[in-house]
Each structure stands twice: as C-alpha cells, then as structure tokens.
Design a protein around this ligand. Structure first.
Ligand SMILES: C[S@@+](CC[C@H](N)C(=O)[O-])C[C@H]1O[C@@H](n2cnc3c(N)ncnc32)[C@H](O)[C@@H]1O
Length: 309
C-alpha cells in the first residue's frame, strides 16, 4: 500500500533543486533540433495546489519556492528561468481552472492562495515542467503507481489531446527498464522515488545499471534524500553509483542544515546525474551556493557538486 503523497512536500527545498536541474538539462538538450524523449518514472500528480489541506498542513513550500520568491538578491539566471516557468504554469493553471469551473463538468473549484507573501497558487511537478519545456517533436513517457495520483496525472496532463505524452499506471523501476531503449535515442530520465520501501534504493541503482547497458548516452537524474536518522542511505547510493559504467557521474547536494543539527527528517537532498550535459557541474556549483545562502536554516548547512568519476 502506497501512502506517500507529494502534496505534503510540493515546492520544498528538495523540489527546487530537482526542478532547476531538470529545467537546465532539458534546455541544453533542446540545442539540437532532433527529437528528445523525457521519461519520468515516478511522476506524481503533475502539479500541486498550494492551498490544499495537505500543503497547508506542512507549509513545506516555505523552505523552498517561498524563500526564492521572496528573495530580493540578484538571482542566478538559471534560477530566474526556473522561476519564470513556475510562474507561467501557475498563471496557466489559474486561467484553466477558472474557465473549467464554468463548464458543464467542472473540476472542483480550487480557492486561490490567501498567503500574499507566496504569490503562487499552484506548484508544478516534474511532468508539467517537462511538458512546458518540450517541443512538438519531443515525447514524454510518465509512470506512476499510486491509484489516485495516476488518475489525477492522466486528467491533468491532457494526454488524450497531446499525442506526445504516454502515461503508464505501473511500477516505475520495472517500467523504465521495459521501455528502454526507446525509439527516440536522445533522452533524459528522472527517477524520483518516494523511498517508502527500503528496497527502492537498491531498485533505483539496479534499474540505472540496466538502462545504461541498453542506452549508454541517456542522461539520468536520480533524486535521493538526506535524512537525519538511521534511515539515511545516501552513502549506499553514492558508493553503488561509483561502480556504474558511465562517462561522467555528478553528485549534487543541497542541504538547508547539517547532519549534526537537530532538524527532524529530511535536511537536504541529492541528485546523482549520469551522463550530465556539458558544463552542468559548473552551472550547478553556482546554483547550489546561492540556494544554500537563501534557504539555509542553520549556519553549518553544507552543499556541494562533486564528480564521482
Ligand atoms: C517524489 S514523488 C514524485 C514527484 C515528481 N517527480 C515531481 O517532481 O513532481 C514520488 C511519486 O512516486 C510514486 N511512486 C511510489 N512508488 C512508485 C513505484 N514503484 N513506481 C511508480 N511510482 C511510484 C508516488 O506515488 C509518488 O507520487
């Protein structure tokens, strides 16, 4: 039984580094005209209402997107680009959901956020960010296992009208390997598990190994949490990743605190990036430094970008 719901966490510090990096990679890959395929093995529901009961209960968006939106410093151009995408999608959704409310079969009317400092009602997940950035010649394949999340994802991505998008109700680790290698050879994969089950760490590494054997130049991003307790498996992932055959592997870490600090649960997150795009390491070093200055909650927060190969 899956119980994790991303609605409680949307827009938090882990989402912003994940989505800034995803946007950078997709933008770089668009420098060539040839088609691109984007695979999201753990897609979630597409976007999140920041005024929902779940979002309001944790207010986790205040640790990430909320801090960026209220920041008055000059931001790195890539952070600004990401914020423009988030705002654009938010505005599209406000318009779409208010016009749907006047149709004969309206979606539930979602109230606008009353938190004036946030200035955002919806936070886009990886599926909607990718859909916004990709072109008519590109394809998107999304997988999600949770019954409610897949139902929402299907209706929110409008895949009946957008032939670029395929959505699968299936296990993302198994599904990713099954669709590899896809017909379109230039690709980006996001593996973003909820790690509800400890086996997910092992499955993530095993699926990356299998995918790279059949599709050696795909760019893969694996997200993982830094947890302040015995549940942390970041070292396991890094050690296993080093043994995987790939031209280059980056390990990106963005933390709002330190493992010694008394922060409950997740104090940061990491991304293992296999076959990163050109210059990504330098771009992300500047980005994580700035994100850390803006978002850190304790003085000893540590962030880094390391090459594992
Ligand atoms: C962290 S959320 C995804 C967020 C999304 N990638 C984003 O950035 O907006 C993880 C999702 O994986 C789903 N999930 C959990 N186990 C899964 C599995 N084995 N296969 C596919 N989806 C799974 C959960 O239901 C949840 O929606």
């Amino acid at each position: 039984m899956l119980s994790y719901l991303h609605s409680y966490h949307a827009g938090n510090h882990a989402d912003i580094i994940k989505h800034i990096t995803l946007s950078l990679i997709l933008k770089y890959k668009k420098n060539k005209d040839s088609p691109l395929v984007y695979i999201d093995s753990h897609a979630g529901r597409g976007y999140y209402n920041l005024n929902s009961r779940e979002s309001k209960k944790t207010s986790e968006y205040n640790s990430g997107i909320g801090k960026l939106l209220s920041c008055t410093d000059d931001l790195d151009p890539s952070i600004n680009d990401y914020l423009s995408i988030v705002k654009e999608i938010n505005n599209d959704l406000i318009k779409a959901n208010s016009s749907n409310a006047s149709n004969s079969e309206p979606r539930p009317v979602e109230t606008l956020n009353t938190d004036k400092t946030l200035k955002l009602n919806y936070y886009p997940g990886s599926p909607l960010i990718a859909k916004k950035l990709l072109r008519p010649q590109d394809h998107l394949i999304m997988m999600e296992l949770h019954n409610n999340e897949i139902r929402e994802l299907k209706s929110r991505m409008d895949c009946r009208n957008d032939k670029r998008i395929a959505i699968h109700h299936r296990d993302g680790f198994e599904g990713l390997v099954a669709v590899t290698p896809p017909k379109i050879k230039r690709g980006v994969v996001l593996i973003d598990p909820s790690y509800e089950m400890i086996e997910d760490y092992k499955k993530a590494i095993e699926s990356i190994e299998l995918v790279l054997k059949k599709w050696n130049d795909v760019t893969i991003m694996l997200w993982y949490p830094h947890l302040n307790n015995s549940k942390d498996h970041s070292l396991f992932l890094r050690e296993k990743a080093k043994k995987i055959e790939a031209k280059e592997i980056l390990d990106v870490n963005f933390c709002i605190a330190n493992s010694q600090d008394k922060i409950e649960g997740m104090y940061g997150s990491g991304l293992l990036i296999f076959n990163p795009t050109y210059n990504l390491s330098d771009q992300l070093s500047d980005i994580v430094n700035q994100l850390q200055t803006i978002c850190k909650e304790t003085p000893n927060a540590i962030s880094s970008v390391q090459n594992l190969k």
